[in-house]
Design a protein around this ligand. Structure first.
Ligand code: ZN
Length: 158
C-alpha cells in the first residue's frame, strides 16, 4: 500500500457492492470504473491500468486491492482516506458521476430551458457530460454532499 499516497493520478475500480462509493469518487473527480458483474476480465484490465481495486470480497487478492469493511458510505470514505490521499484529487465536478466521463464546459445560454429556471438565474457556469448529456452546476445537493465529505476527510464535523 505504501505507493498509493504519492500517486498523482489515482484511479479506482469499485466492484458491484460499492456503487455509492464509485459515484462519490467520480463526483470528487477520480477516474473510477464500476464493475456490475464479477467478470475477471474487468478486474484484469483495471489492474493493468494501475487502478486501486476496491472490493468487499476477501477472496480478491492483489497489491493494489483495498478490502472495504463498511456498509456506510462515510465509513467507506474514511477507510479509503486512510490508505489513499483523497485530498489530492482532480477536483469535484470534473467528471460525470454516472458515466465516469470528464465534463466539458458549456455556454451559459445553452443551459437555458434545460435546467430549472431558478438554477439558470443564479448560476454562473454549467458543464455537461459528453456521453449522457447530464448538466452539472455548483450548488446542487451533490455539491453539499461533497462538501460534507471533504470536511469528513479533513477530520472536521458537519
Ligand atoms: Zn454522463
Amino acid at each position: 500500500m505504501s505507493g498509493m499516497r504519492s500517486d498523482t493520478r489515482l484511479s479506482f475500480l469499485c466492484d458491484r457492492n460499492l456503487g455509492k462509493l464509485a459515484r462519490w469518487l467520480r463526483l470528487m473527480g477520480f477516474d473510477t470504473v464500476y464493475l456490475r458483474t464479477n467478470e475477471p476480465e474487468g478486474m484484469r484490465r483495471a489492474a493493468d491500468e494501475g487502478r486501486v481495486i476496491l472490493t468487499r470480497k476477501a477472496s480478491v487478492r492483489g497489491d493494489r486491492v483495498v478490502h472495504i469493511g463498511h456498509d456506510r458510505l462515510s465509513d467507506q470514505v474514511r477507510q479509503l482516506a486512510g490508505v489513499c490521499d483523497l485530498t489530492q484529487g482532480p477536483g469535484a465536478f470534473t467528471r460525470c458521476c454516472l458515466c465516469n466521463e470528464i465534463l466539458t464546459g458549456m455556454a451559459r445560454e445553452d443551459a437555458r430551458g434545460k435546467v430549472p429556471e431558478y438554477v439558470y438565474a443564479t448560476r454562473e457556469s454549467f458543464s455537461r457530460c459528453p456521453r449522457c448529456g447530464r448538466i452539472y452546476w455548483r450548488g446542487t445537493h451533490h455539491d453539499r454532499a461533497s462538501i460534507r465529505m471533504q470536511a469528513l476527510l479533513k477530520g472536521g464535523r458537519t
